[in-house]
Design a protein around this ligand. Structure first.
Ligand code: PHE
Length: 343
């Protein structure tokens, strides 16, 4: 039968072409597809020729053509998948990615030493139940001086080297103005606040900058004593400078505390034996402190018979110098990147 011979011959050619294509890693695959499976391809050609067969032979022949078409489709699809995979492998083997080469490092930013000290102190006092308080950097004379028992003409004003904005307005010379604001703005009751911030004084040398940061602490309640002050400061100093750090509390004078004291911390660089940082004294002054003077409670309308309290104000810059062994306070605000990178 002619048609059956055609079918056999076609099958032989198809298989040979498929094998050749496979051997050539799928080259000519598209042509092969068109040649056998296309609308004008050979398999459809056979189907079209089926009309010439006697009717009783058509079903058998048709089934045989279908088997051949399925075979062609299956093998071509497999070849196609193989070719796609081969293309990916080739691309991969051609690329020159070397995972062992060092990458480009992203520049990491970090916090300024003053911010580190400030945040650390805030964390520490928050942990003891203190609340953060704020007051203005440009403030009325009343809060910076008057309410803190420093009337006009008081000699203590000389210590402060004040920047005056006008007769009654100053750049605050200390964070103690936060004490005055807080007490004026709240009803009498227990107080536990911490107030970090910038302060300003007409001053500029290796250990004094015209702008620097302080952290103020104020505690008020019934029966607060100097012992509470000492214990609080010692806990803080050990937290910042490590266990074994000692405090030296020297009698001093501030109009808003009575008794008043200046606070030194044992030098963290030499441990107290004397070095360049502590100018051979073994101690570094960090600020002032004392029990709240009853005159302050009177000024702000709190009952000095009922309430007592303590306050301290430390220089954050001083603490940073001490903690990191920095010899000059100006380095903290010069924004010299080679210096700042070290923290
Ligand atoms: N405000 C004082 C200063 O800047 C420090 C201080 C704060 C003293 C609180 C006593 C109580 O020098």
């Amino acid at each position: 039968m002619d048609s059956n011979n055609d079918l056999e011959a076609l099958k032989t050619r198809l298989l040979a072409d498929l094998d050749a294509c496979e051997a050539a890693s799928g080259a000519g695959l598209d042509d092969l597809k068109a040649k056998y499976l296309g609308k004008k391809g050979e398999i459809y050609g056979l189907m079209r020729g089926m009309g010439a067969l006697p009717a009783d032979q058509r079903p058998v022949f048709g089934a045989a053509v279908n088997v051949l078409r399925d075979l062609a489709e299956e093998r071509l699809a497999a070849l196609e998948a193989g070719a796609a995979e081969a293309a990916i492998l080739e691309k991969l083997s051609a690329s020159t990615l070397d995972a062992t080469l060092p990458g480009t490092r992203a520049e990491m930013g970090h916090l300024h030493p003053l911010t580190l000290v400030r945040d650390d102190t805030i964390d520490f006092f928050r942990g003891m139940g203190f609340e953060l308080a704020e007051a203005r950097e440009v403030d009325h004379d009343f809060y910076n001086f008057e309410a803190l028992n420093i009337p006009p003409d008081h000699p203590a004003r000389d210590m402060h080297d004040t920047f005056y904005v006008d007769e009654n307005v100053v750049m605050r010379t200390h964070t103690s103005n936060t004490q005055a604001h807080y007490l004026v703005e709240h009803e009498p009751g227990p107080v536990r606040i911490l107030a970090p911030g910038c302060v300003y004084r007409v001053d500029n040398d290796a250990s004094h900058a015209p702008m620097f940061q302080q952290v103020e602490c104020l505690v008020v309640d019934e029966n607060i004593t100097f012992a509470h002050l000492k214990g609080t400061m010692l806990l803080w100093a050990e937290h910042v400078f490590g266990k074994g750090t000692r405090l030296r509390i020297r009698p001093s004078y501030f109009p808003f505390t009575e008794p008043s004291a200046e606070v030194d911390v044992s030098c963290s660089l030499c441990g107290g034996s004397g070095c360049r940082l502590c100018k051979n004294s073994g101690w570094i002054e960090v600020g002032g402190c004392g029990s709240v003077d009853p005159a302050v409670f009177e000024k702000v309308g709190w009952d000095p018979e009922k309430y007592t309290g303590f306050a301290f104000g430390f220089g954050i810059d001083r603490i940073a110098l001490l903690k990191y062994g920095i010899p000059n306070i100006g380095l903290l605000t010069r924004n010299e990147v080679r210096f700042l990178r070290q923290f």
